[in-house]
Design a protein around this ligand. Structure first.
Ligand code: FAD
Length: 475
């Protein structure tokens, strides 16, 4: 730990940020017990799901928007880094203070302010877990559609800052499609309010959309107005095996010509099937080299009709061993295979480099073929699964963290996978964001003129570069 709170990167000078003085001022803002400085207590706030450690100098837990504003005004005056943190389960190191400074933990700002059944919105503070919002609105017969797999641990502030996706994206979109308005605090401490309680709102620029996915670099979100929908009466899932991944992925575009937009379409490749069979013995046929799970929702009659239609389409396009759920219990069982993938893959090796590239849905078969070729070229085991219905595939390069040459080969494979995704009309991240992990690849995906606009926006919201430095932009 240091006597001053400062930027770790060279050339960034912190003005007057004597650590004891800053800590005293932070304590005066939020109360003594809400500023943590002891090394063992700050350590967990130095890592997220990437599991690399960059402990902060202090962790501060505000309770109100005014607290957040006062913290940021202080940081802007003394010029030290501030990184906002939600549940800390990001996959690109977004919540990790790589350039030093303090972490602002939103854990205490965890209230649901209002749920309006008449107007279909919920107003929430940023530190509430995604699952708690989903459970609260479910009691009123409503849904908040975004459903990242990390929903039991992630906070809504983190979901918005990452613009998280999930299984239901093909039908309901990503987080930004369910955010009506925001309150956030810029780096200079200004409190900004965007959007509102209505689906329609075209007054001024769409700052809500801008802050969704801004990875804590433009401001700290202090309140969100979320869009709700009536809960569908029923859901059903159909699962089919295919002889090839190509066949399975070709089916993705066969539903809309029949007037059907499934809620979820998830694919699993043969290497994932091998891993889950080894660990859980689901009993898939030997010739099953790919699995497709397709879910529909709506009223009971519609779900019965649509799930039978899905069953037919899968059968007509090479699917076999087709199972259609007729109850919630059956449906849950069908998804067990999908849930088993991540833990099973970790039994193959001790490091999984998990990418989340995305391409237009019709290009998924080409993406898979390219990725498999890249894996062979770099002698790296690759397992693909994920949200094929929106073109977002989790490409997992497996390597051994104790054998640097295997990691090096996997890194080369990652870069070529990014190149392939861009060539196919997609991009390098569909839902995990850039953080520090993918910052060196940003220029592959964003042209120079657009990048300059992004940097200009950052400067406007954060003139001294104190919010989440070391992320997204290399300079
Ligand atoms: C097992 C697992 C499954 C996952 N599945 C999915 C998935 O299905 N879909 C998906 O999209 N992602 C998934 N993720 C990635 C991750 O969980 C999401 O990105 C999630 O949105 C992160 O939320 P969090 O609260 O943990 O954010 P954190 O990791 O704490 O922070 C993420 C970013 O948000 C910023 N931030 C946090 N709070 C605020 C705030 N109040 N104001 C401004 N900025 C803020 C941080 O500075 C950081 O840049 C998964 C991760 C894991 C480990």
């Amino acid at each position: 730990m240091f006597e001053s709170i400062h930027f770790k990167s060279e050339g960034r000078k912190t003005t007057n940020a004597s650590k004891p003085e800053v800590i005293a001022k932070l304590r005066a803002i939020v109360g003594d017990e809400h500023v943590v400085v002891s090394p063992e207590k700050v350590e967990p706030y130095g890592a997220d799901a990437v599991k690399e450690k960059f402990p902060p100098e202090a962790v501060v837990f505000p309770d109100t928007t005014d607290h957040v504003s006062a913290i940021l005004r202080l940081a802007n005056e003394y010029v030290f880094p501030v990184t906002a943190r939600g549940g800390g389960v990001g996959y690109t190191g977004g919540a990790v203070p790589v350039d030093g400074g303090i972490v602002v933990g939103t854990d205490r700002m965890n209230r649901i302010v209002e749920i309006s059944e008449e107007n279909l919105y919920a107003i929430c503070q940023p530190g509430i877990r995604t699952i708690e919002i989903q459970e609260a609105v479910a009691k009123k017969g409503l849904i908040f559609p975004p459903d990242p797999a990390s929903y039991k641990d992630s906070f809504i502030g983190g979901n918005i800052a990452e613009n998280a996706g999930g299984m239901r994206t093909p039908k309901y979109g990503v987080t930004k499609h369910s955010v009506l308005g925001l309150e956030f605090v810029t780096a200079t401490g200004e409190i900004i309010r965007t959007g509102g309680k209505t689906v329609k709102n075209v007054v001024g620029f769409d700052l809500t959309g801008l802050v969704c996915g801004s990875e804590g670099m433009l401001g700290i979100i202090t309140e969100a107005t979320l869009r709700l929908l009536p809960a569908p009466e029923a859901t059903s899932t159909v699962r089919a095996s295919f002889k090839t991944m190509e066949e399975a992925c070709h089916v993705l575009t066969k539903f809309t010509p029949e007037g059907l937009l499934p809620m979820a379409m998830e694919v699993i490749d043969r290497n994932c099937i091998g891993a889950i069979e080894e660990n859980f013995a689901f009993g898939f046929a030997k010739e099953a080299n790919a699995i497709l799970l397709v879910a529909v929702d709506g009223d009971k009659l519609q779900v019965e009709r649509d799930s039978k239609l899905v069953e037919r389409i899968l059968g007509e396009n090479g699917g076999f061993d087709i199972l259609r759920s007729e109850s919630a219990g059956e449906e849950n069982k069908l998804w067990d295979a999908r849930r088993a993938i991540s833990p099973s893959l970790m039994k193959y090796s001790n490091l999984k480099i998990n990418e989340d590239v995305v391409v237009p849905r019709s290009r998924v078969p080409e993406l898979i073929a390219r990725v498999e070729e890249i894996g062979r070229k770099h002698k790296t085991f690759v397992a693909n699964f994920g949200h094929a219905g929106d073109g977002n595939i989790h490409v997992n390069f497996m390597c051994d963290r104790d054998k640097p040459e295997t990691v090096e080969r996997a890194r080369k494979a990652v870069k070529e996978t990014f190149e392939a995704s861009i060539e196919l009309g997609g991009t390098i991240s569909g839902e995990h964001g850039i953080g520090y992990v993918k910052a060196s690849y940003l220029e592959m995906a964003v042209d120079p003129a657009t990048l300059e606009v992004m940097k200009g926006i950052k400067k406007l919201f954060d003139p001294k570069g104190i919010l989440n430095p070391g992320k997204m932009f290399l300079s």
